[in-house]
Design a protein around this ligand. Structure first.
Ligand code: AMP
Length: 547
């Protein structure tokens, strides 16, 4: 027997309709790419998104066509997302930090028809324009006055671009969203694996809406209408972790930081806009903490900082919670999961006060909200116990988890419908998950696994260590042994002896790195993760003193 309830499609435009209807006066603040502050409302976002939809429709963009963006978190980028999705087209976010060859591959593979680009990235596009086969028009997200000067492509011809505002000016908002099935594709985001070509994750309207509802559960991000939320995490990095949907859905105030991610600029918005929730990768928060220390500033308005994308070092949790009174929510996810997988929030017996003292527990990546299922398995696929000790391959499933990649027919799920994440983790009896490594970064020593993340986290607690990475180096007796690579904090000269002494007693003796080397810089990927592969290549010939 079927239920007798309404067919109400889970589509993104209905989310924006709700935001404008119920929270129309709520503010959307943007620091524009030219540095100016713009204040709009959810009502104007709704209106401008419909203008974009009408303009794209007039351009001949049809359901399923790909519309690319290479842009910072701004109001214009946001209205492009909603406008594109509102006609059933696919909004394809490009990460400007990728290598030119990867961008060329991605844009051609996606068959992007039009591209909307911030002025800051016009040079990136000019350098590859001659190799982009499907692109028909390029709009710069600015007005005529701020259109960048002539930039040449590789062949020497000027890059042909148009001003976004001029294009949009000839359209009004009198436009009804197109109608389509909730399983229709809405967004596309490529994830660059360490081997092979990037793979496209194709989100649907339904998965976006369900992910939004999941994110807005109180124990997840729990956005309220009285919150001011600043996603520093870029919209091109896994949908800004869903915040650009979740905040309007809840009627909160969005604060979009544009191109400036340095400590001073982030602090200015946190303070002036009284931001209560913010989210970004650890490297952003390192810069902010350094700024706060240097200028003796506090964070009186901030309630919660969400830290994810890479393991959050314990010292960062301690500093936010102890020195600034800001609750840290450590989160884990991946592009394939829309992206939220887990977030750290208290449970009975582990309340906030107790957690404040328990930094080690807060270093866990958290627990799965409703809509995410997870488990750990051994190499043969047998499920491992949730005891907080045993580690294994982490697998997930849920309505906002990918089942295959764009234009690749093969399923990425196992026979039971679970997606292997490529991460290695423990899950404890209360369901708190902790990532110990990427499976390819695990150090295998004498048949046992050593967690590089745990050693890195501890090493970063040393006052002279700004950043740390641990990689496995081939060893004649033990297969692999850990090498600890560190970057010094400004003005300090850490020694191997003092770092090893600092780790002594904090980890099992056989986990102790065989050597510590100090380098000027640790390489990062386009989404702020330590590039272990590059480090392994750099130290490929390295010999440890122990063998
Ligand atoms: P991406 O799809 O680029 O966001 O990368 C997802 C991967 O980032 C995950 O599979 C993890 O390996 C890593 N990751 C994300 N969040 C965390 C976290 N909080 N701690 C450790 N690793 C993380």
């Amino acid at each position: 027997m079927k239920g007798m309830m309404q067919d109400w499609s889970l589509v993104v435009p209905s989310l924006l309709d709700h935001a404008a209807r119920e929270h129309g006066d709520q503010v959307v603040v943007t620091r524009g790419v030219e540095g100016e502050i713009r204040r709009n409302t959810l009502r104007t976002l709704h209106a401008r998104s419909r203008r974009v939809a009408k303009a794209l429709d007039a351009l001949g963009i049809r359901e399923g066509d790909r519309v690319a963006t290479m842009a910072w978190n701004t109001d214009r980028h946001l209205e492009l997302w909603y406008g594109t999705m509102g006609i059933g087209a696919v909004c394809h976010t490009l990460n400007p930090r990728l290598f030119a060859d990867q961008l060329v591959y991605i844009i051609n593979h996606a068959e992007d028809r039009v591209l909307f680009v911030d002025a800051s990235f016009v040079g990136v596009i000019a350098a590859i324009r001659d190799r982009l086969k499907t692109l028909e028009r390029i709009f710069v997200l600015t007005d005529e006055a701020n259109l960048p000067a002539r930039v040449d492509t590789e062949s020497g011809a000027p890059l042909e671009v148009e001003a976004y505002e001029t294009w949009l000016a000839s359209f009004d908002e009198d436009f009804a969203w197109k109608t389509f099935d909730e399983q229709t594709a809405a967004g596309l985001c490529y994830t660059s694996g360490t081997t092979g070509n990037p793979k496209g994750v194709l989100y649907s309207h339904r998965s976006n809406v369900l992910h939004t509802l999941a994110v807005n559960q109180t124990d997840v991000l729990g956005v309220r209408a009285v919150d001011a939320v600043m996603p520093v995490v870029p919209m091109f990095h896994a949908n800004a972790w869903g915040l650009v949907f979740a905040v309007p859905a809840a009627g909160g105030k969005l604060v979009l930081p544009g191109a400036q991610m340095d400590g001073a600029s982030i602090y200015a918005l946190l303070d002036e806009e009284q931001v209560s929730i913010t989210a970004a990768v650890p490297t952003v928060w390192m810069a902010l903490l350094a700024y706060l220390d240097e200028h003796g500033k506090k964070l009186p308005h901030l309630r919660k900082v969400v830290i994810g994308g890479a393991a959050c070092p314990p010292m960062m949790i301690e500093r936010f919670e102890r020195d600034f009174g800001v609750e840290v929510a450590h989160a884990w996810g991946m592009t394939e999961m829309s992206p939220l997988g887990t977030l750290h929030a208290p449970k009975p017996g582990r309340d906030r006060a107790a957690l404040g003292e328990d930094i080690a527990h807060k270093c866990k990546q958290g627990r799965a909200p409703f809509t995410v299922e997870m488990k750990i398995t051994d190499d043969e696929g047998a499920e491992l116990p949730r005891d907080g000790e045993t580690y294994g391959h982490l697998l997930v499933r849920g309505p906002a988890v990918a089942k295959a990649y764009f234009k690749r027919p093969e399923s990425i799920l196992d026979a039971d419908g679970w997606m292997p994440t490529g991460d290695v983790a423990t899950i404890d009896a209360q369901g708190f998950m902790q990532i110990t490594d990427r499976s390819k970064d695990v150090i295998k020593s004498g048949g046992e696994w050593i967690s590089s993340i745990e050693i890195e986290n501890l090493a970063m607690g040393h006052p002279d260590v700004a950043e740390a990475a641990v990689i496995g180096i081939a060893h004649p007796k033990w297969d692999e042994r850990p090498l600890l690579i560190v970057v010094a904090t400004p003005g300090s000269q850490p020694t191997e002896a003092s770092i090893l002494a600092f780790l002594e007693g904090k980890i099992a003796s056989w986990w102790m790195p065989d050597q510590v080397v100090v380098v000027d810089e640790i390489p990062h990927t386009a989404t702020g993760k330590i590039q272990k592969r590059t480090l392994r290549e750099r130290f490929a010939e390295h010999r440890l003193p122990t063998g």
